[in-house]
Design a protein around this ligand. Structure first.
Ligand code: ZN
Length: 144
């Protein structure tokens, strides 16, 4: 199997991890990095797993959904209160878990079908690494 990776850096967005017993329960931001590792058993005509120049749809998705967004867990009890108090102050994006690990799993589910569609099922994603700053990161690896 061949792999290659693409990283998107310095993506500003916020999150709030309401179940955390420390300061992570407060809305706060990072300049995140998202690294996708692609896999294929056969290379394309250029010898690539995937042509990085043809991944604009991923950058567009990130800009549309995550750039300057605020991520909340779907079971955050303050979600409706926060958003209704200042509906134009947030670009909300709600996920099951907005930790690095949870976001990695979420994005795996979003990006995998997009990549498969763009490559006629030749390419998959084997791992997503999410870095919230220079010290803290998490990942999700495909089960197969
Ligand atoms: Zn954080």
């Amino acid at each position: 199997m061949f792999t290659c990776s693409k990283i998107y850096t310095d993506i500003p967005f916020a999150h709030r991890q309401h179940t955390h017993d420390g300061h992570c329960s407060l809305i706060h931001g990072h300049n995140w990095s998202i690294k996708l590792t692609f896999k294929a058993t056969e290379l394309d005509e250029n010898g690539f797993v995937i042509d990085f120049g043809k991944l604009k749809f991923i950058r567009q998705w990130i800009e549309e959904h995550l750039d300057h967004a605020c991520l909340f867990n779907e079971d955050d009890p303050l979600l409706d209160t926060i958003l209704s108090a200042a509906p134009h102050a947030y670009k909300p994006y709600v996920v099951r878990r907005c930790s690095c690990e949870g976001l990695a799993e979420h994005l795996f589910g979003i990006f995998t079908p997009m990549v498969k569609k763009a490559t006629s099922n030749r390419v998959g994603i084997t791992r997503i690494d999410i870095q919230e700053d220079s010290r803290n990161a998490g990942s999700y690896t495909a089960k197969t």
